[in-house]
Design a protein around this ligand. Sequence first.
Ligand SMILES: NC(=O)c1ccc[n+]([C@@H]2O[C@H](COP(=O)([O-])OP(=O)(O)OC[C@H]3O[C@@H](n4cnc5c(N)ncnc54)[C@H](OP(=O)(O)O)[C@@H]3O)[C@@H](O)[C@H]2O)c1
Length: 302
Amino acid sequence: MEKQIDLGGMFTLPGTSINVKRMGYGAMQLAGPQVWGPPRDVDAALAVLREAIAAGVNHIDTSDFYGPHVTNQIIKRALHPYPEGLVIVTKVGARRGEDKSWPHALSRQELIDAVHDNLRNLGLDELDVVNLRVGGAMGPSEGSIKEPLTVLAELKQQGLIRHLGLSNVTPKQLVEAQTITEIVCVQNFYNLAHRSDDEFIDDLAKRGIAYVPFFPLGGFTPLQSSTLDAAAALMKATPMQVALAWLLQRSPNILLIPGTASPEHLRENLEAAALKLPTEIITNLEPINKMPEAFTKSSVTG
Ligand SMILES: NC(=O)c1ccc[n+]([C@@H]2O[C@H](COP(=O)([O-])OP(=O)(O)OC[C@H]3O[C@@H](n4cnc5c(N)ncnc54)[C@H](OP(=O)(O)O)[C@@H]3O)[C@@H](O)[C@H]2O)c1
């Protein structure tokens, strides 16, 4: 893709000079099957990243536990030295077990090691934004996040991290976090069919904090719904484009990081930023929230 396209306008992370386009890219799908090991086609993975940047994407979401290490090394190989203005957001707080599980890695030493792994594998001296990922496999769970967040705040003080965010958290955990450090973004599970964060998003919007839904297309089991198909037919778009356009219109603080290993899907997803859904289509889509047919089975891993 030679031409830069409308990527949904810009969003400034609160209290920072970081401006990101609202349509970004999530790199998790670039590792091998089950986010484990190298991808089947490394050249295709490199090409997807380079095409995203050529189209104007300036926000990539990743983690060193994708692969593990694989996704960050592919990003570095494809894009280093990084173009001016590219914002790479990573996350820490989990690791991969030999059985491909995603256990917590929230001890002081695990967090320090994870930040250094990200720096080394991305080829950076400082990470733009690091999300602290907590919670359980089925979603956020209440409980103090003071200890791990304090470790990351210290690493920020040391100049290894510019800004901090949270992932898989509750509103109460955000309140606690803000007594420790500034939080610029929240990354939680949210899409047309999974809307438990509706109130949280509205509250974050009032405070100018970015909300970055993970699994915007349903994650490991992409969204399927005849209601979505009907809206897509009316819009002369694909169902995935409608799902992404709906998110962009849902709230001005929503930033998108759809994941794909396919250049065709990448183009399709980026073009969704220019799709404007009329009010009646948005109303038609509303029932998907309550329809079993659109349920996604993804557990909260990643
Ligand atoms: N904080 C967390 O705990 C957490 C958890 C999960 C993910 N994340 C982040 O969120 C990002 C997005 O999540 P995700 O990639 O898991 O899920 P997603 O964006 O909801 O969906 C990705 C899935 O949809 C498919 N897909 C993408 N575009 C498509 C299109 N236009 N048409 C049809 N299928 C399409 C992909 O397959 P193809 O490759 O075939 O296109 C893949 O199977 C990740 O990359 C990661 O950075 C964070």
